[in-house]
Design a protein around this ligand. Structure first.
Ligand SMILES: [Zn+2]
Ligand SMILES: [Zn+2]
Length: 256
């Protein structure tokens, strides 16, 4: 049997949005767990109340640099978990924002302000009805268009919690991810993607990444759900970007 050990966590929150810990807390926990790398990825600006304004990017960058100066065996990356906010693939990060980040994550959050008012009637509505009724084929087409366009138009490194609140055509989204070099997160926090769609994703060339999405320090490195999927579907090492001390090639960095 293959041995899969996850050796970096590329999705953690701090008090810069609504996480509980500081950059130092998260980094020290990652170091304690023996990780090669940890990413500080607070919520994007359209996330209500807690989204990080771009005017704070320099402050976070300086905080990370300061913490990094006392931790030399675990690399700390500065990222943002952007919001998917439109059917045409709009996200709440500009090209200039992306150029200031080490890693770019993006996902759909129901309460994030959409790019256009009319998306309240499509994307936001689809998110609202997610747990009430199965998505219609029209809803799935809209959601899929949003994700595929986001991956095409922006150098997104990781799609976070895919399938949380919005159902998509997983094969279509995964194909776009494979084509553009975006990793699909195995999220233990949100238990996504569901075990019903893993085979659809595996049938494409897409690669997964295992992240905690920790909002509390003690949840960093917790990925039981992801490990159970890896086990159940025998997901090979080559399809997991951050296992066994591999350092993923991130497209947002690669482009610079
Ligand atoms: Zn959050
Ligand atoms: Zn998150």
């Amino acid at each position: 049997m293959q041995k899969i050990e996850i050796t970096s966590d590329f999705h953690t929150h701090t008090r810069y949005s609504h996480g509980k810990g500081s950059v130092l807390d998260n980094a020290m926990q990652a170091q304690k767990l023996g990780f090669d790398c940890i990413a500080i990825t607070d919520h994007g600006v359209n996330h209500p109340l807690v989204g990080v304004s771009r005017t704070r990017f320099d402050e976070i960058r300086a905080d990370i640099a300061n913490v990094q100066s006392s931790i030399d065996d675990c690399k700390i990356l500065f990222g943002i978990e952007g919001n998917v906010i439109g059917e045409d693939g709009e996200i709440d990060l500009t090209d200039e924002d992306v150029a200031r980040l080490d890693i770019v994550l993006a996902g759909f959050h129901l309460t994030a302000k959409p790019a256009k008012f009319r998306y309240y009637g499509s994307l936001v509505f689809n998110g609202l009805t997610h747990y009430i009724a199965p998505a219609s084929s029209r809803q799935i087409a809209t959601n899929t268009r949003a994700y595929v366009n986001a991956v095409k138009k922006h150098p997104i490194d990781v799609l976070t919690h895919l399938g949380f609140r919005l159902d998509v055509d997983y094969k279509e989204v995964a194909k776009a991810c494979a084509d553009y070099g975006t990793f699909i997160e195995l999220s233990s926090r949100h238990k996504t993607p569901s075990d019903k769609v893993i085979e659809d994703i595996l049938s494409t060339g897409a690669t997964f990444i295992v992240n905690s999405d920790a909002h509390k320090v003690e949840n960093i490195g917790k990925w039981e759900y992801a490990m159970s999927l890896i086990d159940k579907f025998d997901i090979p090492e080559a399809r997991i970007a951050n296992c066994n001390h591999k350092i993923p090639q991130f497209r947002s960095r690669y482009q610079r």
